[in-house]
Design a protein around this ligand. Sequence first.
Ligand SMILES: *[C@@H]1O[C@H](CO)[C@@H](O)[C@H](O)[C@H]1NC(C)=O
Ligand SMILES: *[C@@H]1O[C@H](CO)[C@@H](O)[C@H](O)[C@H]1NC(C)=O
Ligand SMILES: *[C@@H]1O[C@H](CO)[C@@H](O)[C@H](O)[C@H]1NC(C)=O
Ligand SMILES: *[C@@H]1O[C@H](CO)[C@@H](O)[C@H](O)[C@H]1NC(C)=O
Ligand SMILES: *[C@@H]1O[C@H](CO)[C@@H](O)[C@H](O)[C@H]1NC(C)=O
Ligand SMILES: *[C@@H]1O[C@H](CO)[C@@H](O)[C@H](O)[C@H]1NC(C)=O
Ligand SMILES: *[C@@H]1O[C@H](CO)[C@@H](O)[C@H](O)[C@H]1NC(C)=O
Ligand SMILES: *[C@@H]1O[C@H](CO)[C@@H](O)[C@H](O)[C@H]1NC(C)=O
Ligand SMILES: *[C@@H]1O[C@H](CO)[C@@H](O)[C@H](O)[C@H]1NC(C)=O
Ligand SMILES: *[C@@H]1O[C@H](CO)[C@@H](O)[C@H](O)[C@H]1NC(C)=O
Ligand SMILES: *[C@@H]1O[C@H](CO)[C@@H](O)[C@H](O)[C@H]1NC(C)=O
Ligand SMILES: *[C@@H]1O[C@H](CO)[C@@H](O)[C@H](O)[C@H]1NC(C)=O
Length: 525
Amino acid sequence: MFTKAPQHALLLAVAFQAANAVAIPDPTAAPAPVEARAPITTPAPIYFEGGRSYIIDKRNILDDIKSGVDGIAKSWGSVLGTDLPNYFTEGIPNWFQDLPTGSQVLSSLGIGDDDLKASPTEVLNVPPYANWTDRGWNVRFHGNVYKMPNISQEKIDDLANVFLIGVDLKDLPQSQQDQARNLTKEIFIVQQSDRNVTLHLEPSPSQGGDGEPGGSNAITPPGGSQNVTLPYETTPEGDFDVFMPIRNVSGGGLLAGNQTNNVQRLNVYADGTLTGNATAYLVPTEGITFISDIDDILRVTKIYDPKEGLLNSFARPFTQWMNMPEIYANWSQSLPNSTHFHYLTTTPEQVTRNYMDFIFKTYPGGSFDTRPLNFSDVSATLSIRKYLLDKVFATFPKRKFVLVADTSNSDVMKAYPQLAHDHPDQVQCIFLRNTSSTDDSDWFPYDTSGFEGLNNKSYMFFNVPDDLRGLDIANGQCLNTTIQQNVTFARQDEVLGIHGAGTSVTGSATMSLVVALFAIVFMAL
Ligand SMILES: *[C@@H]1O[C@H](CO)[C@@H](O)[C@H](O)[C@H]1NC(C)=O
Ligand SMILES: *[C@@H]1O[C@H](CO)[C@@H](O)[C@H](O)[C@H]1NC(C)=O
Ligand SMILES: *[C@@H]1O[C@H](CO)[C@@H](O)[C@H](O)[C@H]1NC(C)=O
Ligand SMILES: *[C@@H]1O[C@H](CO)[C@@H](O)[C@H](O)[C@H]1NC(C)=O
Ligand SMILES: *[C@@H]1O[C@H](CO)[C@@H](O)[C@H](O)[C@H]1NC(C)=O
Ligand SMILES: *[C@@H]1O[C@H](CO)[C@@H](O)[C@H](O)[C@H]1NC(C)=O
Ligand SMILES: *[C@@H]1O[C@H](CO)[C@@H](O)[C@H](O)[C@H]1NC(C)=O
Ligand SMILES: *[C@@H]1O[C@H](CO)[C@@H](O)[C@H](O)[C@H]1NC(C)=O
Ligand SMILES: *[C@@H]1O[C@H](CO)[C@@H](O)[C@H](O)[C@H]1NC(C)=O
Ligand SMILES: *[C@@H]1O[C@H](CO)[C@@H](O)[C@H](O)[C@H]1NC(C)=O
Ligand SMILES: *[C@@H]1O[C@H](CO)[C@@H](O)[C@H](O)[C@H]1NC(C)=O
Ligand SMILES: *[C@@H]1O[C@H](CO)[C@@H](O)[C@H](O)[C@H]1NC(C)=O
């Protein structure tokens, strides 16, 4: 059942393999049914034979495009245009879609409830943020309660192999094997619904229960230790997500949010487990919040290149993107004390421990948002970022925001400019790394039409971290004028423009071409 998928089958959708591998006959038994989509078979121009796929050579495609886009667009667009899953065009890494949940994990592994009872209950506690209200500090506790079934190493290896393209787990270096196994175990967890969650809070003595080096200027409050029990039990997916006022208790208490310029840190420990530690950030009413994506902006992921993306996510140690940590450290140290960092990624909750660990070792400490398990299908994935961003904006109506990400996320390309249209006084800057200008393997098209009508000095597309140096963000300087922008307010596509030129592509026929080319690149891996 868990056979290693032949390479070509993985090309269209690793997720299909994962979902199929754990699909159970009776979806109604599952609390969050996983829809195992059937792979879409597309006729020419891609042929599969045995373990190999035959495709048109990439360079020829580029030549063909140069010599007459429309002709090709029509012939290929009609073949492939509308049939591809939307995550091809939407920039959501497909290997993190449709992960199995709850009873699907159990039944797929042949593990019974009694076996599971022996496993300890664990809590993923996502670092919270808090706003200052007339009821005191209001903390958003969110995370997940789960158990890790005891899965044999052999089975873990089979499962891990499903996530790798063109390489067997056993052929990876030992440390990468370990990480891939760890991550696979984190995916095959069994969420615990209807649990009460009790948390213990205490002042965080250092610049990190999370261990971050780069500052963030957060301070240790004079007091604030207390225990809180969340008002609701966990959801069917084991999630908890609730705003809760905390008390100003003995021992000096907490500083009021309108009386301090500093972010205050509290450590949060989940009762009954050593795995539920996080640091909460009590954020002053006014100041600047950086909301930053992680993949391909803070770390090297290459989600647009599935084979690499999978290795970078499952096996290889997380690696910072160039000298980006230096830029963040400078922001953290030189901007006013009220500056807050919030890391918002749509990577599913199950796999975020590595993300948090990496961020806290490499970037300024801050709160987190990840994709909760009850947002598990593709359409929810596409809306989750906006949902989480709206929540942050609603929580801090007087703060300014600097939004950071890269062009390979289509949800970012919609949500970030939309927020600037909706909250013109609050979005201070938008910084987007143009992934394709520095990376030949990125053929993701991206769409800049959302930026039309915005002040063209309020956002910047950039190539390397150094482009962000020396900006006076606090005073609204967001544009490094030495960086040529190329924004067309249309779908932009580096394939047609040949990396960096940012040629505008319009019209549905051409769009289909982009999709077709994109598919071919995937098939070619
Ligand atoms: C600070 O916030 C509290 C609670 O919202 C409010 O009662 C108080 O008036 C505020 N103080 C100032 C100086 O705004
Ligand atoms: C997991 O299962 C194996 C064999 O099935 C057993 O030897 C091992 O003790 C179990 N581990 C835990 C932590 O229960
Ligand atoms: C894998 O998990 C084990 C146990 O949680 C941990 O000790 C080890 O450091 C992890 N290894 C990697 C490479 O993540
Ligand atoms: C959770 O707490 C509530 C209130 O104390 C209680 O009524 C409920 O039974 C508890 N649920 C579980 C599963 O313990
Ligand atoms: C919180 O609960 C723990 C036991 O779970 C207890 O030891 C501790 O004293 C409590 N702390 C406060 C501040 O109530
Ligand atoms: C908490 O109480 C202390 C004194 O007990 C007081 O100085 C402080 O202003 C209070 N903070 C809040 C947030 O009410
Ligand atoms: C969580 O905090 C507790 C108490 O400080 C500590 O014993 C434990 O090792 C921590 N767990 C992790 C995973 O850091
Ligand atoms: C910023 O916070 C630090 C403590 O972390 C403090 O020493 C410094 O005076 C504060 N700066 C301002 C301008 O408030
Ligand atoms: C605090 O956050 C909550 C939850 O987002 C929001 O409803 C409330 O309006 C915020 N309060 C203030 C004073 O900003
Ligand atoms: C602008 O970008 C260039 C090139 O990366 C860099 O050298 C410079 O420091 C940046 N900042 C300003 C304000 O020019
Ligand atoms: C560090 O940040 C400050 C304030 O944003 C800016 O003035 C300074 O030029 C920055 N330095 C570098 C090296 O980016
Ligand atoms: C804009 O196009 C120029 C010329 O192709 C290129 O050098 C530059 O990197 C592009 N700018 C961005 C932000 O991609």
